[in-house]
Design a protein around this ligand. Structure first.
Ligand code: DAT
Ligand code: MG
Length: 139
């Protein structure tokens, strides 16, 4: 089934000049980019995006990291997009991620792991509408 999902190239990905490499991998893997933008999150926006994690011990550090520089937000469409993006990304901790995944190849720690991807259709819906006006998402 064709699905939409949201990916974010995190500040460490942008600063390592990995925008092109991440997009290349996504397109090579048959993801269609329906929309994308570079933004710099305020602390409040980062906290809103990651609100589901607000009770976790790493919340402050995570939201500070997400604001340290620009990010690239991508609205993606593909067959089984949600699960396939997660597979391309690899496990949260780059040290535990499979060989050949984006996080394994470029991540430097469990926090600085280069890429975000929605983990379910409910989170994809929330995250897409967080960044994009739904009426402008078709192409
Ligand atoms: P994922 O990004 O793989 O969906 P998650 O939703 O559990 O992982 O956590 C969101 C982000 O929070 C993750 O990309 C990096 C950070 N994070 C998760 N667990 C962490 C931990 N134990 N220490 C520091 N940061 C963590
Ligand atoms: Mg997650």
């Amino acid at each position: 089934m064709k699905e939409r999902t949201l990916a974010i190239i995190k500040p460490d990905g942008v600063s390592q000049r990995l925008i092109g490499e991440v997009i290349r991998r996504l397109e090579a893997s048959d993801f269609r980019i329906l929309n994308l933008k570079m933004v710099r999150l305020s602390r409040q926006e980062a906290e809103g995006f990651y609100a589901i994690h607000r009770e976790r011990p790493f919340f402050q550090s995570l939201t500070a990291f997400m604001c340290e520089g620009p990010i690239v937000v991508l609205l993606l469409e593909a067959e089984e997009a949600i699960q396939r993006l997660r597979t391309l990304m690899g496990a949260t901790d780059p040290a535990k991620a499979d060989t050949g995944t984006i996080r394994r190849d470029f991540g430097s720690s469990v926090e600085r792991n280069v890429i975000h991807g929605s983990d379910s259709s409910a989170s994809a819906q929330f995250e897409i509408s967080f960044f994009f006006d739904e009426s402008k998402n078709s192409r």
